[in-house]
Design a protein around this ligand. Structure first.
Ligand code: ATP
Ligand code: MG
Length: 564
């Protein structure tokens, strides 16, 4: 009998086949490699906002901890003072929480381990496994060798332990200029694996750190620091992306030499998403050069961008589930992400009518005013209905009328009939134009027997369109988004550069839209379906007390109003 509370008793029964990492963990539990412990972490560098690739990593790492009743740490890999900022730390904490990654009280910082790392480096120097090198970065690079030739040993490689200890201490004290010395591991300049050719462990960087201020002027490299961070925290499975696969021997080498807790590094394929870029450097460039209105611009592939755009954490978690975890790099179709959010919002979003580009319609034989009934969500009857005011003056979508329609156009045409959603069938009797020949108003008549739900008429028409009562309409600004780039893989063409492929029409602002009056008190971030137009949310940045701004989260795939 399986006992769901015992992590050793194949806890992931239901999720076992989820991916190869679960198989590795199941095996480790079977062989008692870490006892019954499963401990993962998400280790961002606070040098930018999180993107959807990071979200995948969070869902994976946190999901494992949750499924095995283990632990999940949020750890900042803050080892590079030049690019890191508190603003990024704050945004990352907010984003991980929003995604549901539960790190409890464990917000950890690599920089808090600097002293221990330093002591471990001293230990390696004493073992003759590390040395201070006076070559500069260029010289180190040019003596690394290549695929066919081994690297050249540095002339400083065989310094005595005492000299190394003295120099390393003086590096720490700030006696040397940036770049003038490094601490390198003494491994093998002829190793077929470049990462093992005496990799750099410390660089001199005289710069203020966002947390440590000026306490340190030597900073550990990723390769040196990362395994130590994992080890200190008692991580069991250190999950990272594939480009670190050939760093694993080095990860293992450091931990073996020190003889300390040695987590298992496991690599998986990073997420690449079509029609966007994911490198933080490129995202920063989009922000700095004002191609977008910030890291949280709704067109950005950042977690904060998706949040502002109206995505839910559930939809992003479902997306991560759908795409799974692989061992080989691939390009994921952004349509899968759009599917995930549509699926979620379809179930939960309140429906409403919105006219994006209004055309006035006067119903000449209608007198008075009445409330009609609209369904709030056909997928969820418990969401009930709402009242929609109807009068003799309404607005419809400009595109729902055509004077000279092509075949198959089932909306309004001169002399033709159409159903107004939740209301009556109307007939277009007259088209009024301005001096330039543009249609500015329609005169229609309505058939009182065709009232939705209660009318006695059996009359049927092919098209149904949405509308808003002129007197009750609420003005809003609506922002429609297209992909930020015009090609699937904007960073594939190294010569041209990704900015060449920016979509000049990725944002369209409609400042004259009209929406149902009940939307007046919508909360910032509130999500709706505007029938036939897609899912929208109230923008958190540009909405003011006087102006509602909506972002289109995603279009509708299937819509009841798609009549042509
Ligand atoms: P960038 O190269 O854009 O700066 P990064 O990998 O350097 O990204 P980190 O802050 O170091 O950014 O990443 C934190 C964690 O997120 C790492 O464990 C990394 O493997 C993971 N990660 C980063 N990008 C992706 C991605 N596209 N897909 C999956 N995981 C990712
Ligand atoms: Mg990184």
């Amino acid at each position: 009998m399986s006992n769901p509370n015992n992590v050793n008793d194949n806890p992931a029964e239901s999720t076992k086949s989820k991916n190869f990492i679960y198989e590795i963990i199941d095996e480790d539990l079977k062989t008692n490699k870490w006892g019954s412990k499963v401990h993962t972490r998400f280790p961002p560098e606070p040098n930018g906002y999180l993107h959807i690739g990071h979200a995948k990593s969070i869902c994976l790492n946190y999901g494992i901890a949750r499924d095995y009743k283990g632990k999940f740490n949020l750890r900042f890999d803050d080892t590079n003072p030049e690019k890191e900022e508190q603003e990024y730390v704050d945004s990352i904490i907010e984003d991980v929480k929003w995604l549901g990654g539960d790190f409890e009280d464990r917000i950890l910082f690599a920089s808090d381990y600097f002293e221990r790392m330093y002591q471990w480096a001293v230990e390696l120097i004493k073992k003759g496994k590390a040395y201070v090198d006076d070559l500069n970065a260029d010289e180190i690079r040019s003596t690394r060798g290549n695929l066919t030739e081994p690297g050249k040993e540095s002339p400083y490689r065989n310094r005595s332990v005492d000299e190394n200890l003295d120099l390393f201490e003086r590096m720490r004290k700030g006696e040397f200029l940036n770049g003038s010395k490094t601490l390198r591991a003494k491994i093998d300049m002829a190793s077929p694996n470049f990462n093992m050719r005496d990799p750099i462990m410390y660089r001199i960087v005289h710069d203020e750190h966002h947390r440590q201020r000026n306490k340190w002027c030597i900073y550990p490299t990723y390769d040196w620091a990362h395994g130590l961070e994992d080890s200190i925290e008692g991580i069991t499975h250190s999950i990272c992306t594939l480009e670190f696969e050939n760093h694993r021997p080095l990860y293992d080498w450091f931990l073996n030499e020190l003889g300390i807790h040695h987590p298992q590094q496991v690599e998986f394929a990073r997420l690449n998403l079509s029609y966007t870029v994911m490198s933080k450097r490129k995202l920063l460039q989009l922000v700095k050069e004002n191609f977008v209105d910030g890291w949280d611009d709704p067109r950005m592939p950042t977690v904060s961008g998706f949040r502002r755009r109206g995505y839910t954490p559930e939809s992003i978690r479902n997306f991560a589930e759908i795409i799974g975890v692989a061992k080989r790099d691939a390009l994921t179709d952004i349509a899968l992400l759009e599917y995930a959010i549509r699926d979620d919002l379809n179930k939960h979003a309140q429906r409403a009518m919105a006219v994006l580009r209004p055309l006035k319609v006067v119903i000449t034989n209608y007198v008075g005013e009445e409330d009609l009934e609209g369904v709030n969500n056909p997928e969820d009857q418990s969401m009930g209905t709402r009242k929609i005011p109807f009068t003799n003056e309404i607005y419809i979508e400009q595109t729902d009328f055509m004077e000279n329609p092509p075949k198959g156009f089932h909306r309004l045409v001169p002399g033709g009939e159409v159903r107004l959603r939740y209301a009556y069938i109307v007939k277009c009797e007259e088209v009024i134009k301005n001096g330039k020949g543009e249609v500015v108003e329609l005169r229609c008549t309505y058939d009182p027997e065709t009232r939705s739900g209660t009318g006695t008429s059996k009359k049927k028409v092919k098209g149904t369109i949405h509308w808003i009562s002129a007197k009750h309409a609420l003005k809003a600004e609506i922002r429609l988004y297209d992909r930020l780039f015009t090609v699937e893989a904007p960073d594939a063409d190294k010569e041209k550069g990704f900015l060449e492929f920016l979509n000049p029409n990725s944002l369209e602002i409609l400042d004259n839209a009209l929406i149902e009056p009940f939307l007046k008190d919508s909360k910032r971030g509130g999500r709706f379906q505007f029938e036939r137009h897609g899912y929208f949310c109230v923008d958190t940045k540009f909405t003011t007390d006087d102006k509602l701004v909506f972002n289109r989260t995603v279009t509708l795939k299937d819509s009841w109003g798609k009549t042509s």
